[in-house]
Design a protein around this ligand. Structure first.
Ligand SMILES: Nc1ncnc2c1ncn2[C@@H]1O[C@H](COP(=O)(O)OP(=O)(O)O)[C@@H](O)[C@H]1O
Ligand SMILES: [Mg+2]
Length: 243
């Protein structure tokens, strides 16, 4: 579904991503992990068109998307969440999601349809708060759910989710992990998931790609990654016990 080849991103003389290559297979949940500053968010920014890439190719469903604008990439069915949510503060929770449904989908939907879709995805992510409320009233966990709802409202085929569990307590985290599984199962969305909570991530993902200092250092099934000495040294610190 997605083929990233030789992706390089420089900020001046600093190399944030160095010739990173990986594939995302249709239907999978791929975990993208690595220490702080290893380049995970930068990779999402390059893939979604938010940042211009320095070198490399990114193909989505067979089409080169390097150089395309973020809206064009979104209209092709590739949505992402932001690690730091920034909802429209003067719109309600429902309107925030409806705007995404209206403008972000492949086919522009009517306002009524967009609102209907917004109610649907708010239910899916489990935002029970009053949808007419102001998003500034949401806590960290609620803002993450709203971020996910906005991305899903665009009806993506591929979702890049950046630390969607931040700010959640362990119970919420477990139900959020279940929710990502449902997103894949019920909506048929392929997912690349960046997350620091290893025990939760490893239970949900089919495969893992590990970044360190902007380079890919490992790739494989969760059980093998959890025992990979290079990954333990660079990131995990100790073996992750898989439940
Ligand atoms: N816009 C930017 N300008 C300069 N440096 C950046 C920018 N965005 C990210 N970086 C740097 O690139 C590196 C990778 O950052 P990031 O992709 O956010 O890491 P991660 O998401 O893995 O924690 C970090 O050293 C960060 O400081
Ligand atoms: Mg990040």
């Amino acid at each position: 579904m997605l083929t990233v080849s030789g992706l390089t991103k420089r900020f001046g003389g600093f190399i944030a991503l160095n010739k990173v290559s990986f594939e995302v297979i249709e239907g999978e949940i791929l975990g993208l992990i690595g220490p702080n500053g290893s380049g995970k968010t930068t990779a999402f920014n390059c893939i979604s068109g938010a940042l211009a890439t320095s070198e490399g190719s990114i193909r989505f469903q067979g089409e080169e998307i390097v150089g395309m604008t973020p809206d064009a990439i979104c209209h092709r069915g590739l949505a992402r969440t932001f690690q730091i949510p920034r909802p429209f503060r003067k719109l309600s929770i429902l309107e925030n999601v409806a705007v995404a449904a209206h403008f972000g989908a492949t086919v522009r939907t009517s306002e009524a349809e967009a609102r209907h879709r917004a109610v649907e995805v708010l239910g899916l992510v489990g935002l029970p708060a009053d949808p007419e409320a102001d998003p500034t009233l949401l806590g960290a966990g609620g803002l993450k759910k709203l971020e996910l709802a906005r991305a899903l409202a665009t009806r993506p085929k591929l979702l890049l989710a950046d630390e969607s569990l931040g700010g959640l307590d362990p119970t919420e985290m477990a139900s959020a992990a279940d929710m990502l599984r449902r997103v894949r199962g019920e909506l048929g969305v392929t997912i690349v998931w960046v997350e620091h909570i290893m025990a939760t991530l490893m239970r949900v993902v089919d495969r893992v790609v590990v970044l360190d200092h902007g380079e890919k250092i490992a790739e494989g099934p969760p059980a093998a990654i959890a025992e990979d000495p290079r990954v333990i040294e660079a990131y995990l610190g100790e073996k992750v016990v898989l439940a």
